[in-house]
Ligand binder design. Sequence first.
Ligand code: DAH
Length: 332
Amino acid sequence: MLSKILNDLDEIQAKFETDSRDIDDNKLLENLRVKYLGRKSALTDMFKYMGQLPNDQKPILGQKLNVLKNLIQDRLDHIKQDLKVKTQKIEIDLSLPGQDVFRGKIHPIMQILDEIKEFFVGLGFTIEIGREAENDFYNFEALNIPPDHPSRDMQDTFYLHNELLLRTHTSPVQIRTMEKQQPPIRMLAPGRCFRKDTPDATHSPMFHQVEGLVVDKNTSFAELKGILLAFARFMFGSETKIRFRPSFFPFTEPSAEVDIWWENKNTGAGNWLEILGCGMVDPAVFDAVNYDSELYSGYAFGMGIERIAMLKYQIADIRVFYNNDIRFLTQF
Ligand code: DAH
């Protein structure tokens, strides 16, 4: 009888070895435990023979039973540990905040420029790119700025060699565009400008402007006003109020500066803040490009992009645009 029992135990062990091979979750593991170590298991059942065997055979069976029971228990413990490690690996807490991927951003100046372009391109304006290194003719003379005008002074203009200078405004692009093309013209010219200014909260030796020019047979100051009002409302909100203040520029006549009404919503206090210069193209400018000023009229405007950005975002110091401080730049 003993050898038959030992044989059965070997079979149980062989079967257990097959059954325990592909256990990949805790439920299967528990089923396996019940099947081999549970009260109704074949192994537990074998313990009943302990009472039936002769005394000298009992230790043999006892030892065999214990060895097999421990082997099964060990193996179950092992599988349990393995499962724990495995599930730990794939346990992902989906509610945890993700890690931010750092993406580059469009510089606030370029964002404002994109908005300005969007508005005017929608009205049929083309984008013209001029030159940063200009000569006296385009930057001054053709724009009706006389030789003794203070802006030509060494104090204001960066002069390069070979009669070149760094343009002090984007207005020379008006001249270049009119030279290469006949009316009608509707152009927008964005770009860098340079002036010999000492940097402070409102001055930078390099800054950006956008120039606008319209030339056609029947332009009017009223049309200019309408376009600039729509622009101010596009940029600063649909309730924005503007005013035209008489001014002077050598290349426009009449000339005006445009202010927007800037109001503190809480106190109601406010003031007029300048956003751009504009006017009707002076006939002397048309003469410089051989346009017939009896036939054509036009209007022009120019604005500082930094200035618009500072107003829109309430920034007090122009230098923050160029410091490359990521804490500032990522706010836009
Ligand atoms: N060029 C002027 C400046 O730098 C700005 C300006 C004023 C441009 C009036 C214009 C204009 O086209 O009509 O300060």
